[in-house]
Design a binder for this molecule. Sequence first.
Ligand code: ZN
Length: 770
Amino acid sequence: MSILATCLGYPRIGAARELKYALESYWSGKRTAADLLQAGYDLRRRHWSAMKSAGIDHIPVGDFSLYDHMLDAAVMVGAVPQRYQAIADPLTRYFAMARGYQDSKGLDLSALEMTKWFDTNYHFIVPELERTQKFSLNAAKLYAEIEEARRLGIESRPVIIGPVTFLLLSKLQDGKTQDAIPLDLLGDLLPVYKRILHELAEREITWLQIDEPCLVLDLDDRAKAAYRLAYAQLAECPSRPRLLLATYFGALEDNLSVAIQSGCDALHIDLVRHPEQLSALLEVLPSSMCLSLGVVDGRNIWRTNLDVARAMVNRAVLSLGAHRVWVAPSCSLIHVPVDVQSEQKIDADLMSWLAFAEQKLTEVCQLADGGRFDDPIAPHVLASRAMRAAKAQSSRIHDSEVQKRIQGVTEADLHRASPFADRHRVQHARFKLPLFPTTTIGSFPQTGDVRSARAAWRSGRMTAEEYKAFLKKETRVCIEKQEAINLDVLVHGEFERTDMVEYFGEHLKGVAFTEQGWVQSYGSRCVKPPVIFGDVSRSSSMTVEWSTYAQSLTRRPMKGMLTGPVTILQWSFVRDDVPRKDVCRQIALALRDEVADLEQAGLAMIQVDEPAVREGLPLRRAEWRSYLRWAVDAFRLATSGVRDDTQIHTHMCYSEFGDILEAIAEMDADVISIETSRSRMELLGDFIRYQYPNAIGPGVYDIHSPRVPTKEEMANLLVHAGKILPPTRLWVNPDCGLKTRGWPEVQTALINMVGAARVARRQFGEERFG
Ligand code: ZN
């Protein structure tokens, strides 16, 4: 019997983002529900047949989703919060949960919360459960897809989210604390899962994939007990398919015994992230279990080292026998684009290094076919070796100048010349800003005009000169508006940037762009991450021209605006032949040069945004320290080369920072602007507990909603902040960039914000001098 080639999930958005367009035209009323469902079916059919013709033996079904797989799971177990029940049509109700809903009769429902799926850039919908939640089975979608596949001659391996991961990732309607994790509901949920198993057995399904990625996290005893209880019950079901327990994104480590004692019939492990798991597993895997080897990287876009993967397959075959070994991607392929063949502009070298979903499935099949250790070496293995040998030598990748500079980095390069207190003093003397200085985060509204000018320039309808003149005018108007609003520290508005990472990627050596390399971020939203393939350096300055132009238009301080090294790393596909921390350091060095050029050009304040620092945290706490060390060092390397009287700003948003405040303090930015308005400044409590030493601008204006905050409410927030933190170290700003907002609301909100700062100044100024 040969080794099985399997797949945990296929990218559902479509090679040409068909699902995105189908969804958006349905939402805008241009197409009917039937059109949308047909588009979904067309994609599934295409994806199944792609997997079948690649040679995949276990083809996933149920991994497709119109919006999100956790939302599908919530619907499947009947966890639809009461407030959405008012909507009768199931599809409308489904999208109401995903995106909120308003109708002419006054029904106004907010969407469910969304958060990041483990350490990926995919966002899932967080199921919301009541303390007395009752579950009920509603697996119509799954069963319909199984039938569809069957009619097409595809024998499927259905995929569902496991009960424990489902509960661990859900939230209780009325709580956020640790005990509010809804594990207590397990007893009520399990009957629904048992019912699914039974009904799948009736449908003659042989294998069911149950995803339990939470098994790679640090689990407390309660969660481990929940796992034991759940799988003891599921395994004992009298009528059920065979169960594949799927784990990915990390190692089982201390949860290993839970997994192997689960009673499941197969276990999938991620051997790309943690190849060392294999030895441990081969020793302890019960003879009743097959092992699915995740040896092809589902999270990155490089071709697999077939020799390394093949060695792992061979070891498993020697120890377990071929009939107990499967080959698979490390995780679902939704985290990579569909097909590298769609790329027209990538050069042949780089092309030969890349593998998107289609290429990865071919690799899986090659590994399953050529898994026998005594087989002659197959041509694709030889080709893989030749490619790697060429790559190891390629001057596109290896830049001795960059490596020399990296070698030369010293501890002193990671430190500002003087401590914050001294810098604070000289900066105060230089800028003479009032108490509670006001500023914004960087971008101003990217209006339809800006977007159409960019489109016109890209398609050649506008010349580069015309486009540049247009951007200059936008920048000038933006600065005039900021002066009229009376902000103290200005920004240029970022009209020349579509995206804060793409812009820098386009200007850095060692970074490439795809045309069709789309990956789903959430719902219909996709991102096209830059590809960092080689040593990174800067060929020329990236932002100096825009920043100096902007500074020339005003006497007020203008902030130079850069994206930080960790954020560029985090939102890209990163080369896997050197450690991530080394890549991050190279980006930091390139940014350090940019910072120096900005300073040289007269920019006295430079902001280096790091919104992604928190999301880069490893899944296991034991690895946090070392990550935070190199992440903080990269930021410091980028920013520490400046004079004492040059003021370094940073900005962070999107997540809760309470547990990494010490690291944030170590970044030693003179000023940090941070998202707090939605958590009502709770974060400030953490800043006091850690005695955050430098200046902070807690976001007082929530830019995620079109709502205009009043002067009074922002003044209250500032006064509150001024009572718990020294007023001399407080700044006043929105909680993120204003790119997605409209000008009228932004102008009113900022006028109110400047008014609020005046209120706070009066209050604390009098206290200070009175
Ligand atoms: Zn932000």
